[in-house]
Design a protein around this ligand. Structure first.
Ligand code: TYD
Length: 149
């Protein structure tokens, strides 16, 4: 199912980015801590993604991200350990804000699809949670701790 939910129960939400329309071509920009709630420490992008393959499949202890379909389209499935949502990204002026401790999977890339990611921290493998069961357990433990506080 392809649902473009603008703001959901997982804490992920679509951010409307500025769009400077111009007959010469449109322009969108992102300023850290203004359009998104973090300073941008790193930019990376996925491209030449073969049809039928998926990317992501992990969460982060600390990292926050904004995911943009800079070209083409793809789906992003997100999971906070309890709730799941699916976002369809197909506009260069929409970003999907993904908070820390959110499992994400990207799939259904269109031909020529480019996924631009603005990240809150440099690459650090120790920040990744790459096993889903481990992620669900860690998210549950955080929830229990917050409920007890
Ligand atoms: P990974 O984050 O698992 O890719 P995705 O979530 O998009 O499927 O990264 C794949 C590989 O690339 C992994 O070996 C780590 C490396 N990598 C870096 O070296 N620097 C980076 O900034 C990123 C995002 C990945």
């Amino acid at each position: 199912m392809r649902v473009n939910t603008r703001s959901g129960r997982t804490g992920c939400r679509i951010v409307d980015l500025p769009r400077i329309a111009d007959p010469r071509g449109n322009l969108t920009f992102v300023e850290g801590s203004d359009h998104i709630p973090f300073d941008i420490a790193r930019v990376y992008y996925l491209y030449d993604v073969p049809g039928g393959t998926s990317r992501g499949g992990h969460a982060h202890h600390h990292l926050q991200a904004l995911i943009i379909a800079a070209a083409g389209s793809f789906d992003v499935g997100v999971d906070d350990g309890v709730h799941q949502e699916r976002f369809f990204l197909n506009r260069s002026y929409h970003g999907l804000y993904v908070p820390r401790m959110t499992w994400r999977e990207l799939d259904n890339f269109s031909s020529g699809g480019v996924c631009l990611v603005l990240a809150s921290a440099p690459y650090e493998e120790d920040d990744y949670i790459r096993d889903h069961a481990t992620f669900v357990a860690a998210a549950g433990a955080e929830r229990a701790q917050a409920d007890a506080a």
